[in-house]
Every structure is written in C-alpha cells, then in structure tokens.
Design a protein around this ligand. Structure first.
Ligand SMILES: NC(=O)c1ccc[n+]([C@@H]2O[C@H](COP(=O)([O-])OP(=O)(O)OC[C@H]3O[C@@H](n4cnc5c(N)ncnc54)[C@H](OP(=O)(O)O)[C@@H]3O)[C@@H](O)[C@H]2O)c1
Ligand SMILES: [Zn+2]
Length: 426
C-alpha cells in the first residue's frame, strides 16, 4: 500500500474539501467588538473550563461566569459526574442577581435534551441580558441553534471571543462528535537529534521532570493512551496518569499487539486502570487467556502480519466514547499513525542533549518518505519551554482539529493523506 494513501474502509472517508466546510460551519464567529472587561471575564470562564479538563469527559469541559454591574455573581464548570452544565451551576449561584446580567460561557449554551434539559431555557428564565460565547458548539444537534434561540428571546449574543483558547479545550470533543473517531494526539520525548532510545539502552529517560509533567497534562486531556507492544517489551511502562489536577475517568491503556507478546507480568497490570489490547485474529488463544486473566480486555481487529488496521482501532475507541487518544509511540507506531494521515496534533518534547548513534531509535521509524517534497508537512502553532525542554505543538496538514492552523489556509500541500473521518456524525 502506498505510504500516502488514506484508508477508506468502514465508511470513514471523505475528501479534504468537505472536512473544511464541516469544520468552518461549526465555527462561524459573529464579528463584534469585545472590550477589556469582556476579555477578563472570558479568561476567567476559560480557566474554570481548563481546571475541569479531566472531569467532563465524555462531555466537553465548559466554564461559565455571570457578571452583574462589573462583579462576578456566579461561576461554574461542567463535571460529568455532577450532571448539571456549567451555566446551571453559575446561574444557581447568582440567583436573583442573574437578572440583567451578562453570562460568559466558553461554549455555546445547549438547546437539546440530554441528561439535562436545554440550558438556553434556563438562561432565558433567569433574565440574562447578554451572553458572550467563546465557541459555537460543534455538536450538529446544537451548532448555532442555541445562539439563535437566545437571540429570538431578545438576548444579545456576542460569539467568538477567544475562540482559539475555547477551541483548544473542546478539541477532542469536537473531533469525536463530528467524525465518530477520537482526536489523535501524538507525543514524543526526544533528544535534539530526534532520538528516543539508544542502541544499548531502550529507555534512556530523555525528558526533564518538567517535560514529563507536561506529558501528564496531555494524559489529563485524553481518555486513552496508546503504545505499541515494542514499547511495553522495551520499557515495561506503567502508563498511568500521575498529574496534579484531578481526573475522573480512568485512563484506558491501549496496547497494539498483533500476536499478543505482552508479558502477563507487565507493570501495566499492576494498577486498576483498564487495559485494552488489540491483536490479530490469528493471535494465540493461550496468550489471550493469560492477558484476560490479568484483567485485560483483548479485541481482535483486521490487519496484516505485523500491522493492525489503525482505523478499525480508532473506530472501536470512538464507540467507547474515547474523545481524545494520546499516542505515545514508540518509533514504529508513530510512523504508522503519521503515514496514514491519522495524527491531528503532535507534541515534540525536545530535551537539550544529543544521543547520536547509528543504531539509536528514531522518534519516527518505519519506511520513511523518499524526499522532503513527499514528506508530511506540519505547521507549528506554539512553541514553549517546560523547564530545560522545548515543546513544539505541531499540526500536520491532515489534522481534523477545529483549531488546526491549516484551516485558515487555502493551500494544502499535495501528497499528504486525507484524514479518515466519518461521513455519519453521531
Ligand atoms: N521517548 C519517548 O517518548 C518514547 C515513548 C515510547 C517509546 N519509546 C521508545 O521506543 C522504542 C520502541 O519503539 P518500537 O518501534 O521498537 O516499538 P513500538 O512502536 O512501541 O511498537 C511496535 C510494534 O507494535 C506493533 N504494531 C501493531 N500495529 C502496528 C502498526 N499498525 N504499525 C506498526 N506497528 C504495529 C508491532 O508488533 P509486532 O512486532 O507484533 O508486529 C510492532 O512491532 C523503545 O526504545 C522505547 O523506549 C520512547
Ligand atoms: Zn447545557
């Protein structure tokens, strides 16, 4: 199969042009002037949503602040286990002071019945005069209709304030709700010369403590963490979330292991977070039984001798309400996802050291491209220090993210795979 071609099976493919219109449509900002106070209060709402990043899945994390006469009178964020949406928490706190107030909400208020009644009615009943929205809802069941309902009730709605920051928070939710597949975030901790292991030491512990902490912030944002069996065999990692902020949903540890070589004594089985192993049908039944006895769920997916069908893997994770998937490698797995156009954002955590070595493990292995012209192209949206390390937040041209820098560009380089995404959003 040619490197740059996209999977089209499972009904999960449509051309790049349709993907663009889908994403743009869900994010039509309504131009308006925002002042410094608006920015200050939206920042507060965003920080509430940020703090709740690990608490909302499978719903989006949302923050809301109610402001009356320049004073915050109510605030809230959505946590899945507490059922109520951010607006309801904030309105409850504001009580009568909500009358005539402005509500700052990071995501458009909902207008559909889910586990709770629509928030738009609560906002209208509370007597809110103006609503400032960070981002319109990518959920096709809402997508602008919440704003319309508020407007037709006579409420002033100004949308699109700090929409990039608001979009970052709901990036995994937006991807899953529009495509059925999780947002794929890849992450690698590497040396300046792009190595992740040496010939004699599989896990030379490259990233600084701050770099590792940043890695945990990515585990906080995602519902599942995926590695290849090569990494399990080489590093025997725990693959748990050990960050500072609370995380409600246990991280699902996913291992791609075609022939079930994962040792039953691996450390991944030493803690209660679930383990899901994808293998081939032909994998030995005895190994399957041993891993199941250790508490793992083992699922067969189609694939060739040494490669599992990654779209089938993503589709299965999407069905399990995985909004964001963090791919941590190793080398071959990164190539497998990148070369099939399945990565939406890639974090390169670069430590200031050179490992060298002809036989060292490269950050991305596999067959590789033949020329720079053929190579997958990225746009760097952000670069920043974490301790001594530098992080590059890079979006490949195949990214399905709602904040991909490629969305504002009309030129997509040739030769890159179309991403795989569902034509039947759910
Ligand atoms: N610094 C970091 O951020 C970091 C993170 C993770 C790993 N690492 C390093 O990476 C190295 C391990 O990398 P690796 O390349 O040897 O192993 P890997 O990428 O972890 O695993 C590769 C294995 O996954 C299986 N696989 C299943 N589906 C696949 C697909 N579609 N494409 C490719 N492979 C698929 C294959 O198993 P079969 O062999 O059964 O076919 C393959 O051998 C270690 O040195 C580890 O320390 C570093
Ligand atoms: Zn709501």
């Amino acid at each position: 199969m040619p490197i740059a071609s996209a999977y089209t099976g499972y009904g999960f493919s449509f051309p790049r042009s349709s993907r663009r219109s889908l994403l743009k449509q869900s994010d039509e900002p309504i131009e308006t002037m925002f002042d410094a106070a608006d920015r200050k209060f939206m920042k507060k709402a965003l920080s509430l949503a940020e703090k709740g990043l690990g608490m909302a899945s499978p719903n989006p994390s949302v923050g809301c602040v109610i402001v009356n006469a320049g004073r915050i009178v109510g605030q809230g964020r959505h946590e899945y286990a507490r059922v109520d949406h951010a607006e309801v928490h904030a309105l409850r706190q504001a009580g009568e002071l909500a009358r005539g107030a402005t509500a700052y909400v990071t995501l458009e208020p909902c207008c559909h019945h889910g586990r709770t009644p629509p928030c738009v009615h609560r906002v209208i009943e509370a007597g809110i005069r103006r609503v400032v929205v960070g981002r319109t809802d990518p959920n096709p069941a809402v997508s602008g209709r919440g704003i319309e309902i508020l407007r037709s009730a006579g409420i002033q709605v100004d949308a699109g304030l700090m929409k990039e920051e608001a979009g970052r928070i709901i990036e995994p939710f937006a991807c899953r709700i529009t495509s059925g597949l999780p947002l794929v975030i890849s992450k690698v901790g590497m040396s300046l010369d792009g190595k992740i292991g040496t010939a004699r030491n599989a896990d030379p512990s490259i990233s600084s403590p701050e770099g590792k902490e940043f890695g945990h912030s990515l585990r906080l944002r995602t519902d599942a963490l995926l590695v290849g069996v090569g990494t399990v065999l080489a590093d025997n990692p725990l693959l748990t979330y050990r960050g500072k902020l609370p995380k409600a949903r246990p991280l699902l540890r996913v291992i791609l292991d075609p022939m079930l070589q994962t040792p039953p004594a691996s450390r991944v089985f030493e803690n209660p977070s679930p383990v899901l192993v994808f293998c081939r049908d032909a994998a030995p039944g005895a190994c399957r039984q041993q891993l199941e006895d250790r508490g793992a769920e083992v699922v067969s997916v189609p694939g060739s001798e040494d490669e599992l069908d990654l779209v089938a893997v993503l589709a299965e994770l999407g069905k399990r309400d995985v909004l964001g998937l963090l791919v941590e490698g190793g080398s071959r797995i990164h190539w497998a996802f990148l070369s099939r156009g399945l990565v939406d954002v890639f974090y390169f955590i670069i430590a200031p050291l050179v490992l060298g070595g002809n036989d060292a493990v490269p950050s991305v292995g596999g067959r590789g491209y033949d020329s720079a012209a053929e190579a997958l192209k990225f746009r760097i949206r952000k670069s920043f220090h974490v301790g001594p390390d530098i992080v590059l937040e890079a979006y490949p041209s195949c990214s399905r993210s709602i904040i991909s820098p490629w969305l504002s560009s009309d030129t997509v380089p040739s030769g890159v795979p179309d991403p795989v995404t569902s034509s039947d959003p759910k």
